[in-house]
Design a protein around this ligand. Structure first.
Ligand code: NDP
Length: 332
């Protein structure tokens, strides 16, 4: 089996040399264990944080050990009564082509006709739940809200934009990092307006896109985007602070937001969250999202990189914005 290890802790932007692909012998299966061949592995922004040796909500990757993360795969050998050869399973042994471990570490995916297994790594999985929980539970979205979403063309952002609409938003605005992504937001994902933050003047572009202000902000980016949202907020505005990807590779503290004093006058609420601590909302999310998906109200994109040997490259490309929707590695 081949697995990715962290060879060095990145300083700023990770380099290909910070990662190493190694061969590992898998021994015989012990009683209760299964062997799983991964089909898709997930590369996610939060993994950047796990590359630093700091205490956080997920423990750091250890140097020279296999990295972990979300993956789906197929059981190819089993010494467990609970899983059979051919079962599709969701688990946390990503960053490798094959794994064997106790069957309890793997969760059988539900069989939904017409739904490929990859969606359990995004729309019907953690990224979908993140979008849902952020909007519904953290920002407490209500009909008539004007909603702004940053990182809008990514995995969480595309789902958040559609859920905002489905929950009755009066106006949905998105920002993303290319003209093509901006076009996709309005053409495919139902955003009313979108802009390219790389064109600069985020405050001005947001004001033009939301002339009547915003009521909800779903933050995937932090920094200047958060500052722009604070200045565009109407009274009583609410933000779900989901991620701050603009800071993940920076070695300096951020310059923005500089306008936090507006929280007072406008009575704003900013709520941060970590989705893995809120799994009790999964069933409610899956019930709604499953229905939206099956009746065509929830669309998605995947950017698929072929081959486990390209997982580090896929991760770096995702940080650089090469993905539309969810960035995945197909193991093949
Ligand atoms: P995405 O699919 O959105 O991929 C990351 C995207 O971030 C890139 O495609 C790129 O798009 C954008 N990006 C990169 N650098 C910058 C920058 N400096 N400024 C603005 N945008 C940038 O990833 P996810 O959907 O998986 O995650 C989105 C956010 O949600 C992340 O911040 C992540 O940490 C967070 N998250 C939080 C969770 C929680 O529990 N709180 C759970 C899951 C995700 P572009 O071309 O537009 O720049």
């Amino acid at each position: 089996a081949r697995e990715w290890q962290l060879a060095a802790r990145p300083n700023g932007w990770p380099q290909p040399s910070d990662f190493r692909l190694v061969e590992r012998e898998l021994g015989d299966l012990s009683p209760g264990e299964v062997r799983v061949r991964n089909t898709y592995i997930s590369v996610d922004p939060y993994m950047r944080g796990r590359m630093d040796d700091v205490k956080s909500y997920t423990p750091p990757f250890q140097l020279d050990e296999a990295m972990t993360g979300g993956a789906v795969g197929e059981v190819v050998a089993s010494r467990s009564d609970n899983l059979s050869v051919g079962d599709t399973v969701l688990h946390f042994y990503g960053w490798r082509d094959t794994v064997q471990a106790d069957a309890a570490q793997f969760q059988k995916t539900p069989d939904i006709p017409g739904v490929p297994e990859s969606v359990f790594l995004h729309v019907l999985g953690m990224t979908g739940l993140t979008a849902y929980y952020g909007l519904v539970d953290m920002a407490e979205i209500k009909p008539g809200d004007a909603v702004f979403i940053s990182g809008a063309a990514g995995a969480v952002g595309t789902v958040a934009g559609q859920i905002a609409r489905l929950k009755g938003a009066s106006r949905v605005i998105g920002s993303a990092g290319s003209a093509e992504k901006v076009e996709l937001l309005t053409s495919k994902y139902g955003f009313d307006a979108a802009f390219n933050y790389k064109d600069g003047d985020i405050v001005g572009q947001l004001r033009a896109a939301a002339p009547d202000g915003i009521d909800v902000y779903f933050d995937n980016v932090g920094g200047e985007h958060l500052e722009a949202a604070i200045s565009a907020f109407n009274l009583g505005g609410r933000a779900a602070i989901c991620g701050m990807i603009s800071m993940y590779n920076s070695t300096e503290p951020p310059a923005a937001p500089r306008n936090l004093a507006q929280l007072i006058g406008k009575g704003l609420t900013l709520r941060g969250f970590v989705i893995s601590r809120n799994m009790e909302r999964f069933d409610a999310f899956a019930a709604e999202a499953g229905e939206w998906l099956s009746n065509g109200q929830l669309r998605y994109d995947e950017t698929v990189v072929e081959g486990v040997d390209r997982a580090a490259e896929a991760f770096l490309d995702m940080l650089g914005g090469a993905n539309v929707g969810k960035m995945l590695v197909r193991v093949g």
